[in-house]
Design a protein around this ligand. Sequence first.
Ligand code: ADP
Ligand code: MG
Length: 325
Amino acid sequence: PQLANQIAAGEVVERPASVVKELVENSLDAGATRVDIDIEKGGSKLIRIRDNGCGIAKEELNLALSRHATSKVHTLDDLEAILSFGFRGEALASVSSVSRLTLTSRTAEQTEAWQAFAEGSQMAVKVVPAAHPQGSTIEVADLFFNTPARRRFLKSDKTEFTHIDEWLKRIAMARTDIHFVLTHNGKRVRQYKPANTDIQLQQRIAQVSGKSFAELALEVSCEHEGLKLSGFIQSPQDPVQVDTHYFYVNGRLVRDRLVNHAVKQAFAEHGYQVAPAFILKLDLDPHQVDVNVHPAKHEVRFHQARYVHDYILQALQSVLGQMPM
Ligand code: ADP
Ligand code: MG
């Protein structure tokens, strides 16, 4: 199983940012409202994720680390209509196969916290008592210590940290209700406070995409026959170049040319030759979309791609059409 885990790790764990992604998504799946992300040396030395989610019961600590152990998908229908982030049950097993991983957790029912440790091929056998409030802390030390070829492939600490920071911006816009704190080498770099009011939301958008975008962006809010599009697109009149191109399908960040195309076309049809920044969320019946296309789960396949494209296009055209001149 160790080799299988390392092979799977090649697909799931490309670099520190992919570890952060998997662990933070687990925290969100666990219902956390606050997630602290501590990084040392771009993540190659340490990635520590602390959450206040439901925690993992003592008896399940070992199970959580084993391959294809997931508490989230029980039936084939679950698999077809995935709403939680995780569903393959291989992230923790994969990460622990290429690092020194410590899992500390306490559920609401337990009076004590417990800790399990896994290092490369030495899977956790012993679970020891520990001190921890309700929730989980996962520490990933010395990533790729036992796969030197991959460790050499890592870029500078700064570059690896930037990947983490950029990914966090995307999740911070998907989950504006969550409090995220990011530190690097002991220094607090980002703090995204929960955005429960319009003003707080605008502050978060400004943190992610700049003040100009936050102030001038056009709001999108459309619903039609089970398709819902919401979010913000950069005003054609905003002169600031912003690199925000975030698209979420059912809360999941995806890369899809369809939306880029629709946005560009909507702007072009209104005479704007700019490719604007956007933060857009599409919600639809999960049966209408496949997310299980790639292990990193960035890709989606819409069953009715043309229909979705045209819906986005029309929604944006109507927003642009209402824009004050
Ligand atoms: P998946 O997310 O696909 O289920 P993972 O390997 O990422 O698989 O996690 C395995 C299991 O460990 C999860 O199904 C969940 O039950 C548990 N788990 C992992 N991280 C956390 C966390 N932060 N809080 C609570 N449970 C967790
Ligand atoms: Mg997971």
